[in-house]
Design a protein around this ligand. Structure first.
Ligand code: ZN
Ligand code: ZN
Length: 501
């Protein structure tokens, strides 16, 4: 559910909790990205609502903490860290957009998933958790079907479902290498002539270049991992960043023999300058990591576009979250495949969710154009058809086949350091130590292999992947062994990883 129907359900449940004297925590992926939800809550509940912002100063955080502790704030809306606020007599935790990756803290310890912590805290305090999403995560949906969670489907009438016209531009046929196809340029002109606005969506997150055949759409994948191989330009090699498999980069397409197999990828900046070059009169704003570093920068770009001070919004997945722009006539997904080829077992799920959310952003009479080299891929075709069940069924089968969550538990044992040689050497040592006990604990090991982004903040990162069908065995294995890394080498352990890059 993308519209306001979902917010109304949240508000009714919050009313019920408050009337019983209970407190409520509403988790949102990023409060700057969900101004409407916060505004609705404040409008209905007034000053018992406290907003918590990830960019708050220490003083501002303390203030919210004290107000919640004193019981003056009864409803907290904020990102994953709000989960730890001392809300009195907690009765309800709402996790909005439960599939969102920002609920996992992956960078600094403690590494935790807010969805899991919410369920744990609710259990301890006898509260109820509501996971809300138009595109539930594969894991949550699986648990709902298995009866571990209860599934509530909102009827179409309530959620105000309106189907936008979705058109696929098959880039194999159009043979164009610019981000904006002739077809989308036509639609942009038509949209502007009608006085409507345009959103151009570029999925840039963790961009990994890959090879793609311009004639048949083929992109080389790892034979062992079901993920796309990353193209290493300098070495002219294709590498799997999960298991370490590598092959020389082919000069002709292994599938159809075409010589037109090339590295693929472009970013928001390039799209912005293309739009300015082709439509010099249009006012363009860009929303991505670079333009939103400052506090309130999201809100400012959002305001400019909402009030019509800009005609075109170019952005990454940030533009997809929680926004409602009534005057948008056209949304372009410029290269749906980019996400599809991330070396991540959730790549399909992410692409499906993104395209579904993008389509949900547009109102009746609007148009969505999805540009892709791979219109037949499950993620893209099912999102365009709006076939949730079909996608989940097929994705679950693939997860089962390749042994990924929810069928196994996953852990990543990461070795980090400034010296590549020391990192590699210790990675192989650690692998041997783990391997000596792995079978006893029914844990399967993969690797060691460089992380997809091997060098990060001037540190090299190598990984060993641990898989087990038994939920506690990875931790038990890790507890049973000890490591003695040389100086300058760090170990990072991430159970239930979300960021596979
Ligand atoms: Zn592999
Ligand atoms: Zn080909």
């Amino acid at each position: 559910v993308t519209g306001s129907g979902k917010t109304q359900v949240y508000i009714e449940l919050t009313k019920m909790a408050l009337s019983k004297g209970m407190g409520v925590i509403v988790l949102v992926p990023e409060i700057g990205l969900t101004p409407q939800l916060a505004a609705r809550f404040i409008h209905v509940f007034g000053d018992v609502v406290g907003l918590y912002h990830s960019k708050f100063s220490v003083g501002e955080r303390r203030w919210v903490w004290r107000e919640a502790e004193a019981g003056r704030i009864k409803v907290v809306i904020g990102p994953r860290s709000s989960l730890f606020l001392p809300v009195n007599n907690l009765g309800l935790i709402i996790v909005d957009e439960e599939h969102d990756t920002s609920y996992k803290q992956s960078d600094t310890p403690p590494l935790y998933h807010a969805r899991a912590v919410a369920i744990m805290r609710a259990k301890l305090e006898r509260a109820v958790v509501l996971l809300g999403s138009a595109t539930p995560s594969i894991e949550s949906y699986h648990f709902a079907l298995k009866g571990r969670y209860r599934l509530v489907v909102m009827p179409k009438k309530i959620r105000g479902y309106k189907k936008a016209v979705v058109e696929i531009v098959d880039l194999r046929k159009s043979q164009e290498l610019t981000p904006l196809s002739t077809r989308i340029l036509e639609e942009m002109e038509r949209t502007v002539a009608n006085g409507k606005q345009i959103i151009l969506f570029v999925n840039l997150r963790g961009f990994a270049p890959h090879l793609q055949c311009l004639d048949c759409g083929y992109s080389p994948h790892c034979p062992h991992c079901s993920v796309s191989l990353t193209y290493h330009k300098r070495e002219k090699k294709l590498k799997c960043h999960l298991c370490g498999y590598e092959v020389p980069a082919p000069s002709t397409c292994p599938k159809c023999g075409s010589p037109r197999i090339v590295p693929i990828g472009f970013g928001t900046e390039q799209v912005e300058s293309e739009v300015r070059r082709i439509f010099p009169k249009l006012r363009v704003v860009r929303m991505d990591m670079d333009t939103t570093r400052r506090k309130r920068a999201h809100e400012e770009i959002y305001r400019q576009f909402k009030t019509g001070e800009a005609d075109v919004l170019v952005g990454t997945q940030m533009v997809v979250k929680g926004f409602d722009f009534p005057n948008v006539g056209l949304v372009g997904v410029l290269l749906a495949d980019v996400g599809l080829n991330f070396p991540d077992f959730r790549a399909n799920e992410r692409v499906f969710q993104l395209i579904t959310q993008v389509i949900g952003r547009i109102r009746r009479g609007g148009k969505v154009i999805v540009q892709t080299f791979d219109p037949d891929s499950i993620a893209i075709s099912k999102a365009v058809e709006g076939d949730f069940l079909g996608f989940y069924r097929s994705e679950l089968l693939s997860r089962q086949k390749f042994e990924y969550p929810p069928f196994v538990r996953l852990g990543i044992f990461e070795i980090q350091g400034r010296s590549k040689e020391n990192v590699m050497t210790f990675a192989y040592e650690a692998f041997q130590i783990l391997e000596s006990s792995a079978s006893k604990f029914r844990v399967k090991l993969l690797g060691p292999a460089p992380a997809p982004i091997e060098k990060f903040k001037s540190k090299y990162r190598w990984r060993i992947m641990l898989k087990s069908e038994h939920p506690m065995e990875i931790q038990n294995l890790l507890k049973s062994v000890s490591f003695d890394p040389p100086s300058g080498i760090n170990i990072k352990i991430d159970i239930d990883p979300v960021d596979m890059l």
